[in-house]
Design a protein around this ligand. Structure first.
Ligand code: ZN
Length: 273
């Protein structure tokens, strides 16, 4: 936990005393990082032992005020032994913009995390935040927290930390691709092949992909992952915004044949829905 905290701070995934990490010790006790301490400069003696109701058992310091979010994750995920929460700036930018990281564009992300949704905003340190996380945690090992940051969980502290690295790296690449004006998405078939690799790498999938993304609707707790991956391969997702900017400059929109057919396909799909 000291090392994971050091890396969170070194990579600027947290500022000041932000962020928190916890890990199961046994079925009665958890170890968690202290509040009001920079996660880059923790020592093992600063850690706090709490029970699964959040009551402090041992430690000179107090546990983070975000502990209830961690407890909610452990309650819903018996397979999980560690939770990492941070505010990595690019992923948090997506969380502020309300843009989830749910497009199938990077093989390692599809294999390790799948879809990264945004949990609705909840006031930090209140019951709202655990409640928001509860909706998605059964089906996701990592999620953005609206207007706040991100949270990940896994079997060990370091693997939960690595999922946080993957989310921020994915957010950075997504930002660059969107600045460049387009993203090529994996087809549904490619995604299934990638998900099949999980077994080979020993990566447990928290949940299958939703057969029909419309099904999850307003479910109280989501039990499958929504990943944007079109049926047909090599579909483009053209950036309509840049085409329109172009239009305002010289009065015409230029689209490739692929972009035009993708736009029409999207329009038809939207009409059907
Ligand atoms: Zn936070």
């Amino acid at each position: 936990m000291v090392e994971a905290g050091r890396r969170l701070y070194a990579r600027a995934y947290v500022a000041s005393n932000d962020g928190n990490i916890s890990a199961r010790l046994d079925d009665k006790r958890l170890l968690t990082t202290p509040k009001s301490v920079s996660k880059g400069f923790m020592t093992p003696d600063m850690m706090v032992v709490v029970d699964y109701d959040g009551k402090k058992l041992t430690g000179d310091r107090d546990a983070s005020s975000e502990l209830p979010m961690h407890l909610e994750i452990y309650r819903n995920r018996p397979d999980v032994n560690a939770v990492v929460h941070a505010h990595p700036p690019i992923a948090t930018g997506f969380a502020v913009a309300g843009i989830p990281l749910t497009r199938a564009v990077l093989a390692e992300v599809v294999t390790t995390l799948g879809s990264i949704p945004i949990a609705e905003y909840g006031t930090p340190s209140t019951a709202e935040l655990p409640e928001a996380v509860r909706k998605y945690i059964k089906a996701h090992d990592g999620m953005l927290l609206a207007n706040h940051g991100a949270v990940t969980c896994c079997r060990t502290v370091m693997t939960a930390y690595y999922k946080m690295e993957t989310i921020e790296h994915f957010a950075k690449i997504s930002l660059v691709a969107r600045l460049l004006g387009r993203e090529h998405l994996f087809s549904r078939d490619e995604v299934e092949k990638l998900q099949g690799l999980r077994g080979m790498y020993g990566i447990a999938a928290p949940a299958p992909l939703c057969a029909d993304p419309a099904d999850i609707g307003s479910a109280d707790q989501i039990l499958c992952q929504v990943l944007e991956a079109p049926e047909s391969p090599q579909r483009l997702v053209p950036d309509v915004g840049s085409a329109l900017q172009q239009a305002s400059r010289d009065g015409e929109i230029r689209l490739t044949y692929g972009e035009l057919t993708a736009l029409i396909a999207d329009a038809v799909k939207n009409l059907r829905e």
